[in-house]
Design a protein around this ligand. Structure first.
Ligand SMILES: NC(=O)c1ccc[n+]([C@@H]2O[C@H](COP(=O)([O-])OP(=O)(O)OC[C@H]3O[C@@H](n4cnc5c(N)ncnc54)[C@H](O)[C@@H]3O)[C@@H](O)[C@H]2O)c1
Length: 374
C-alpha cells in the first residue's frame, strides 16, 4: 500500500471492548483515519462515532465492506459472529483485525488465513497481551539468549470476573445442551497465554493433556436476564510437550480470586528465568522480573521506553496501552512492504488448534498429538 494516504478504518461492533481498546488505538495512531463505525444497535454506533469523531455510523456491516475509502476492517463483535464478518471483509479486499477467536474450529481460521494470503491482505488477531510493553521486552530478552535453552513455561490467565454467579454472562450459547461441559475459559481466557507460550518457547506443541471443570453451576445470563444452569468450563489446566523438548503447564479461570488481566508467564531456561506479570495492582498492570544462576533472587527489570507506544506510560490503563501497540503494529504491517507480520490469522489458527486439542483430550481423557488431522 502507498504511503500517500491514511489507512481508512471501519470498526464493526461498538460495544465495551471496542470503546475501551480498539477505537482509542486508532484515534491515537496518526497514520490511520477512522471512517466508519458499525453496530447492529445503531445507537451504540452513533454514540461511538460521536465519542471518537468518526464521520459515519451504520447498523449494516455491508456499508463498511463496500466503501473504497476503508482499507482495514476491525471485527469487535460477539465471538460467534467473528468468522462470517472477517471472511466477508477479506472477500471484499480489506485487511482484517479480528478479535479472538476468529473461528471456533481452527480449520476455519486456516481457511481465512489462506484467503488473505491469496489476496495479498494482512490479518491480525486481538491477542492483546503479546503487545504489552513488558511482554515485548520479555520477548526481546528471550530472543537475545537471556534464558538460554527454554526448559519450562508456566502460564496463567486467571481473574475473578465471574466468581459471583449474579454477574451476567455473555458470549455463551444459553440454548446449548447443558448436560455436557462447554469450553469457555480455555477459549476466552486461554488464547492469549497459549499464544505467549508459543512465542516465548519458540516451538510448536507436540502433544497436550488437559482437564476442565465447572465450579459455579448456575449463573445470570445476559441474553435471558435470569439465573440458569450453565455447564461451562470456568477453570481448566493442561500440560504440553513442545517439539523442542520444553514443557509447559497452562491454567485459566475466571473464578480464581485476583484482578484483571490476570496473566502470568514464567519461562525457565538453562541460563536464566523471567516472570512477566500482567495483573493490575496498585495502579500498575505489568512487571517483569528476572533471575540468573548467579543471582537467584528475582529482581524487577525496568521496561525500556522503546517498548511503549507514543505517549504510553506504565500507569496508563492496560486496555489502551496494550492495544495501542497492537494497532500500531498492524498499521505498520499494512503500510510497510516486507514488515514482519506479528500475530496474524496463522497465529490465531495455531492457538485455536491447541484449544481444540485440549478439549479433545478432556473429552477422551487422553494425550492428544499435534498437529491435529487437517
Ligand atoms: N482481546 C482481548 O483482550 C479482549 C477483551 C475483551 C473482549 N474481547 C472480545 O471482543 C469482542 C467484543 O466484546 P465486548 O465485550 O465488546 O462485547 P459487547 O457485547 O459489549 O459488544 C459487542 C457489540 O457488537 C454488536 N454486534 C453484534 N453482532 C453484530 C454484527 N453482526 N454487526 C455489527 N455489530 C454487531 C453488539 O450490538 C455489541 O454492541 C468479543 O469477541 C470478546 O471476546 C477481547
Amino acid at each position: 500500500m502507498t504511503r500517500d494516504r491514511l489507512v481508512g478504518v471501519g470498526v464493526i461492533g461498538a460495544g465495551t471492548w471496542a470503546r475501551a481498546a480498539h477505537l482509542p488505538g486508532y484515534a491515537r495512531d496518526p497514520r490511520c483515519r477512522l471512517v466508519a463505525v458499525c453496530d447492529v444497535e445503531i445507537d451504540r454506533a452513533r454514540d461511538a462515532a460521536r465519542a471518537f469523531d468518526v464521520p459515519t455510523a451504520t447498523a449494516d456491516a455491508s456499508d463498511v465492506f463496500r466503501r473504497d475509502d476503508i482499507d482495514l476492517v476491525d471485527v469487535c463483535t460477539p465471538s460467534h459472529t467473528h468468522f462470517d464478518l472477517a471472511y466477508r471483509a477479506l472477500e471484499t479486499g480489506k485487511h482484517v483485525l479480528c478479535e479472538k477467536p476468529v473461528a471456533y474450529d481452527y480449520r476455519d481460521t486456516l481457511r481465512a488465513a489462506d484467503l488473505a494470503r491469496r489476496k495479498g491482505l494482512k490479518t491480525k488477531v486481538g491477542l492483546t497481551f503479546r503487545y504489552s510493553p513488558a511482554m515485548r521486552y520479555m520477548r526481546e530478552l528471550v530472543a537475545g539468549g537471556f534464558v538460554g535453552t527454554p526448559f519450562i513455561f508456566n502460564g496463567y490467565e486467571q481473574n475473578s470476573q465471574w466468581l459471583d454467579p449474579a454477574t451476567p454472562l455473555r458470549q455463551v450459547d444459553h440454548e446449548a445442551d447443558q448436560s455436557a461441559l462447554h469450553v469457555s475459559s480455555l477459549e476466552g481466557y486461554g488464547a492469549p497465554i497459549i499464544d505467549i507460550a508459543h512465542l516465548l518457547v519458540g516451538a510448536d506443541l507436540a502433544q497436550v493433556v488437559g482437564t476442565m471443570r465447572n465450579f459455579v453451576p448456575e449463573r445470570m445470563v445476559r441474553a435471558t436476564g435470569r439465573m440458569m444452569r450453565m455447564n461451562i468450563d470456568d477453570g481448566d489446566i493442561f500440560l504440553g510437550e513442545f517439539a523442542n523438548g520444553a514443557l509447559c503447564s497452562i491454567q485459566t479461570s475466571f473464578v480464581t480470586i485476583g484482578n484483571y488481566p490476570g496473566i502470568e508467564a514464567r519461562l525457565y531456561g538453562s541460563a536464566g528465568a523471567l516472570i512477566c506479570r500482567l495483573v493490575e495492582e496498585e495502579g500498575i498492570a505489568e512487571t517483569l522480573r528476572a533471575a540468573t544462576p548467579d543471582r537467584v533472587e528475582f529482581r524487577e527489570l525496568e521496561i525500556p521506553a522503546r517498548c511503549y507506544p507514543p505517549g504510553g506510560a506504565r500507569t496508563e490503563s492496560w486496555r489502551t496501552l496494550f492495544y495501542a501497540n497492537l494497532v500500531s503494529s498492524f498499521i505498520t504491517e499494512i503500510l510497510e512492504d516486507g514488515a514482519a507480520n506479528e500475530g496474524d490469522f496463522g497465529d490465531g489458527a495455531w492457538v485455536q488448534e491447541v484449544i481444540n486439542a485440549v478439549e479433545l483430550s478432556f473429552r477422551e481423557r487422553r494425550w492428544v498429538a499435534l498437529p491435529l488431522a487437517r
